[in-house]
Ligand binder design. Structure first.
Ligand SMILES: Nc1nc2c(ncn2[C@@H]2O[C@H](COP(=O)(O)OP(=O)(O)OP(=O)(O)O)[C@@H](O)[C@H]2O)c(=O)[nH]1
Ligand SMILES: [Mg+2]
Ligand SMILES: [Zn+2]
Length: 351
């Protein structure tokens, strides 16, 4: 029975994936995805029908407990032991779940299939290989600072890949604009990719209306390095939140990892935002080194003209991608980012 249920679910999920990614992906990648889609959902408790109606929304969670909004209130619920981890974390903020009261105590008893997710590989000692840090998200707001810490595109490029893998629309928010005279020239490359770039300042209020407008009615995640101002932006959008923030270290110009757990906040105006802890680096889950090029649209576009079909764009003769970098058709920073990400995935495989 359980096996049968799993099989059915898998088919449905793959179909969704193909449908949503139809326009965004090349044929090769789509074919690859079809064979590679992994099931990460925890199976519901055995007495729960497959087509259960979720009645709760996960706000935050730990291994055994979850804060869930259900029945008009927020409750600390226990997580059913039937929801075993099968390679991936059971719950993430944004998950739709079935909550039932057993002996007067609320339990999370099933997790609904996700419409989208953001994942990273579990660390070396993690219990799971896929760590899902947000579910059913419409928009990933990649927050970076114009200064303090200085803008570096590496993490941004990784988040863009995670968004594409998970079926989430990315927006780039450059905060702390009050600290610089003008925008970093690198940002143009992202606009050319069709990504919305919003420049903000929590000090002057610049861009906050644009941000509010872009996020209204959507479920969003704020993610980025520590100290870029994710929690400050939430406070600026809604001062009553009064989230904890801390100045960046003068010595290292880095944030102090103030936010310690991801949590969903419902703000006025139909804004629902998950604030997340800042990270140093984002590992990529479910991406092989060979696939990285597909996630850089400007590189994928040129790759068709390379002499070798399996050109890696690292050393081969007649490489149209490297030529396009020399001709400034592909921004050099993006190409260097591509090489670094590819290399780091190779290293991760070797470990
Ligand atoms: N000048 C300036 N400082 C800002 C701005 N936004 C945030 N800050 C400051 O940057 C520091 C870090 O802000 P946080 O909101 O704690 O950063 P965070 O991204 O939530 O950091 P983590 O929770 O560690 O991931 C605080 O001292 C803020 O006051 C801004 O627009 N301009
Ligand atoms: Mg924070
Ligand atoms: Zn090439």
């Amino acid at each position: 029975m359980a096996g049968e249920r799993r099989k059915k679910k898998r088919r449905v999920r793959e179909k969704d994936w193909d449908h949503r990614h139809e326009d965004a992906f090349t044929h090769d990648l789509r074919r690859h995805r079809r064979t590679d889609t992994a099931i990460s959902d925890a199976a519901p408790a055995p007495d729960i029908p497959e087509d259960f109606e979720p009645n709760g929304l996960v706000i935050s969670h730990s291994k055994k407990w979850a804060f869930v909004q259900w029945d008009g209130r927020e409750d600390l619920c226990r997580i059913s032991e039937y929801l075993l981890e099968r390679g991936a974390t059971i719950l993430a903020p944004g998950d739709r779940v079935l909550v039932e009261a057993l002996d007067g105590e609320p339990w999370v008893r099933a997790v609904a299939p996700r419409s989208s997710k953001l994942s990273r590989p579990g660390g070396e000692h993690a219990r799971v290989s896929e760590q899902i840090f947000a579910a059913n998200i419409d928009v990933l707001v990649v927050v970076a600072a114009a200064a303090k810490p200085a803008f570096k595109p590496g993490l941004v490029d990784r988040y863009l890949i995670a968004a594409e893998v998970g079926g989430v629309v990315p927006i780039l928010c450059i905060n702390k604009m009050d600290l610089v005279e003008k925008e970093a020239p690198e940002l143009e490359a992202y606009r050319e990719l069709g990504i919305q770039v919003i420049a903000t300042s929590c000090e002057t209020g610049e861009g906050l209306d644009d941000l509010r407008k872009a996020l209204r009615g959507k479920l969003c995640v704020f993610a980025g390095h520590s100290g870029v101002g994710k929690s400050s932006l939430l406070n600026s959008l809604q001062p009553e939140l009064d989230l904890e923030t801390r100045e960046v270290s003068e010595a290292t110009q880095r944030g102090k990892h103030t936010t310690s757990a991801a949590r969903l906040y419902e703000l006025d105006d139909g804004l629902r935002i998950i604030d997340t802890p800042g990270i140093r680096q984002l590992g990529l889950w479910g991406v092989s080194p060979e696939e990285v090029a597909f996630y850089f649209p400007e590189i994928a576009e040129q790759a068709a003209a390379c002499k070798f079909r399996d050109c890696t764009h690292t050393h081969e003769p007649d490489c149209a991608v490297r030529q396009a970098v020399d001709d400034a058709q592909i921004p050099r920073l993006r190409f260097e980012s591509f090489l670094r990400i590819r290399e780091s995935l190779h290293e991760a495989l070797g470990r």
